[in-house]
Design a protein around this ligand. Sequence first.
Ligand code: URA
Length: 328
Amino acid sequence: MHIEYSSGFIIYREKKGVMEFLFLRKSNGDIDIPKGHIEKGENALRAAIRETMEETGLNVEPDKFFSMRRYYWFRFKGETIKKYLTVFLSRYLGGEVKVSPEHEGFEWIEPQKAIAEYSKKHYNYDHLSEALEYLEKRSMLEELNSAYSELPGKVTGWELSKKFVKGEGPSNARIMVIGQAPGATEDDTGRPFVGRAGRLLDELLKSAGASRKKVYITSVVQFFPYGNRMPTESEVNACKPFLFNQISIIKPKLIITLGSLASGVVCGVSAIKSNHGSVLRKDGTTYFATMHPAAAVRIKSNMPILKGDFAALKPLVKEALSDKKEKE
Ligand code: URA
């Protein structure tokens, strides 16, 4: 058996509210995204950027959170070939499309139409539908975040920071992590979990088989409570609808709650010190309640508890990612 590696880009644009993907048309009439072989010494992203430039003349700007890899089999001259394809996503940055001689031309096609045409030939490619779902969910999250960021101006007696720390990660993530509220570093940077607790979280996720880039990270309250105090009940109640809306847009397979606030609000698990490691399954989603990494940063004796919980999380992470990574 022969193994081949290729990569490419889905390039999208929105014209008058209508989404379109860029396709190249081959001489046999088939459409395809710009993609090609990964050469020796190249990684998938470099190869995809080069192939896209060679086949379309366009520069691309890879989306921070979208990349997917699939494999499929095909037979060529009597040989079975296993082909890995990694796909990235870029907004159309403008510029003239200059098609390479191996193609007949190019077309901007609405995703559903393209998916129908593509799947006639490539029944095992689902990167177009995945990209479409990702973009739709991303736009819903943007709308939600824009309303959420205006909450301080709408609530009388607001005592949290007014700086909104938005959730971070792929809009179609299979795994979601929910903390308590941003700390001072998050308030400074505008990003969740980037302080000491955040660095520990990254390590713990890695130990459980999940890279941070593939996980959506958010908190029950997304404004810094000065002094790192526990948010009040009314602050939690004001923020809760935005948290549950994030969950219903993203629809993760696995939700990890960190600490007593998130575990209580999302899983109904109280007394996290004794109930850490609780697993709940509801409506196709698995919930895992554990301690907050900040508790292990502050009190070292909590570290083995947290590490043990993340070791126990490993099979749940695998299950959540199982049909996502690769399929025939
Ligand atoms: N701790 C949290 O609970 N959330 C953050 O965003 C950062 C630290």
